[in-house]
Design a protein around this ligand. Structure first.
Ligand code: PNS
Length: 183
């Protein structure tokens, strides 16, 4: 975490932390980030190290992909954290956690998590943004399942993620043509 990420009143303006596994990042997540950047001065995408669940991509791979995907968004900062989320958030001085909500099925899990985080850190609030209608059925879990079985995830994740999924599952990746069409 660098000094700029501390998020105090005088350095970064209004900061929101968007935590998650992002294993992998989908257009659903990206949609939340883009809308959050309209509201907050900075958004920190905080990628969790494997805690409860074993991830497909290592935290380094997830951070690297996110940095490439958001390379043109200077107000989006990619970081990772280990251990309790509230401990990480306390180091940044941010007051807001951001989470996407797709359907009522997400609600119970999110409600428990937000309540636990609030009980651990009383000055921390979780704000929820409804996922856009185009992505309400998209989750990292289903993306991995579809990709593993050879289905297309085009339009649901960035091309970079789709390529990395194919590489992970050892499926053929279309080679970019390096020579002209007339050759
Ligand atoms: O994208 P996910 O997997 O739903 O994100 C869940 C995540 C990583 C935000 C959550 O599991 C988390 O905050 N993990 C860190 C450990 C922690 O603080 N647990 C207590 C919160 S209930």
């Amino acid at each position: 975490m660098n000094e700029k990420m501390k998020g105090g009143k005088n350095d970064m303006g209004k900061v929101a932390i968007y935590p998650g596994s992002f294993d992998p990042l989908t257009y659903g997540h990206i949609d939340i980030v883009e809308r959050a950047l309209e509201i907050f001065d900075k958004v920190i995408l905080a990628i969790a190290h494997d805690a409860e669940k074993k991830s497909l991509f290592t935290v380094e791979e997830r951070v690297e992909m996110a940095k490439m995907i958001f390379k043109d968004s200077p107000n989006l900062i990619v970081d990772s954290f280990k251990g309790l989320l509230v401990t990480y958030v306390e180091k940044t001085n941010a007051k807001v956690l951001l989470r996407g909500l797709r359907a009522t099925s997400d609600f119970e899990y999110e409600f428990h998590m937000a309540s636990m985080n609030r009980s651990l850190s009383t000055h921390l609030d979780t704000l929820f943004m409804m996922t856009s209608k185009d992505y309400f059925f998209v989750s990292s879990r289903t993306i991995k399942e579809v990709a593993k079985l050879g289905g297309t995830v085009e339009g649901l994740v960035p091309d970079l993620v789709a390529r990395r999924l194919k590489e992970k599952f050892k499926l053929p990746v279309a080679k970019k043509r390096l020579i002209g069409w007339d050759d």
